[in-house]
Design a protein around this ligand. Structure first.
Ligand SMILES: Nc1ncnc2c1ncn2[C@@H]1O[C@H](COP(=O)(O)OP(=O)(O)OP(=O)(O)O)[C@@H](O)[C@H]1O
Length: 253
């Protein structure tokens, strides 16, 4: 299976402060990777490096064989915190259309192709009926679907999500995870989540990040490893989901 994201010995610092050290990671086509780790461990920073929003202090990052910035249009990003200014009541449809910004031929108005892509993204995330509503009227779970639709509107090949179920109730969190499971039929997914239950059920591989990164491709992450990583007691993480065309627990490489 081809690699779509490759990090080799990547390190990153904010000022003099080391955040990530010697990260090696390879993501295969259509893989579903979960990233877990303690607060401040560098998970969001890692996504921003893959997106080309930050530059590594050392090491190389390739996305679809090119630089992250050049491959940006192939990546859909759902950031951790999205705040909406209550004085700016943007509709769901206009929010999803923002996802076409990088694809638009004119910056002044959207084309029929942009509108069709936004409509398709809303259909994929089951929010077509919300399209005329203001973002301010939505529940946390509905809002998160809109942000996923916005990330899908540019027709990415990989979706990167930073804690998509933080601050939403467990019922809506489950429905977001079911949506991701369904979207994964067509896309690679990189998911940062503290939700061990979902990581347990859905991802192919778990990467544990706390400044350095350890990937678990074969055996379950055991509770001793999680305790060492987080410094607290957590439940065990299993990951025995089948990759497309591979046996259960198969090596994705
Ligand atoms: N712009 C910034 N300038 C300086 N330090 C930063 C900046 N952004 C993040 N940091 C620091 O870098 C470290 C890693 O942050 P990051 O957001 O990547 O962690 P995280 O694993 O995603 O955490 P969380 O689970 O809390 O979201 C943290 O100590 C954070 O305070």
């Amino acid at each position: 299976m081809a690699s779509c994201i490759r990090l080799h010995q990547v390190s990153f610092r904010y000022g003099a402060r080391p955040i990530l050290e010697n990260i090696d990671l390879e993501l295969k086509d259509r893989e579903f990777l979960g990233i877990v780790g303690p607060n401040g461990g560098g998970k969001s920073t890692l996504l921003k490096l893959i997106l080309g929003l930050l530059k590594p202090a050392s090491g190389q990052i390739e996305v679809f064989g090119t630089s992250p910035r050049q491959a940006r249009h192939l990546l859909g990003y759902v950031p951790q915190f999205a705040t909406f200014d209550s004085a700016f009541p943007i509709t769901v449809r206009d929010t999803v259309l923002q996802g076409r910004f990088g694809c638009a031929t004119s910056r002044w108005r959207y084309t029929a192709a942009d509108r069709a892509a936004a409509e398709q993204a809303m259909a994929r995330t089951d929010i077509l009926d919300l399209q005329q509503r203001s973002m301010l009227e939505l529940s946390g779970g509905q809002r998160q679907r809109v942000l996923i639709a916005r990330a899908l509107a540019g027709n990415p090949r990989i979706l990167l999500l930073d804690e998509p179920t933080a601050n939403i109730d467990p019922h809506h969190g489950e429905s977001i995870f079911s949506l991701l499971h369904r979207l994964h039929d067509q896309l690679g997914i990189v998911l940062i989540s503290h939700d061990m239950g979902f990581v347990t059920r859905c991802v192919h591989r778990v990467a544990c990040l706390n400044r350095t990164l350890v990937c678990h491709a074969h055996s379950p992450v055991d509770s001793a490893e999680l305790e060492a990583l987080y410094g607290i007691r957590l439940s065990q993480v299993h990951h025995d989901t089948q990759l497309p065309g591979q046996p259960p627990n198969g090596d994705p490489s």
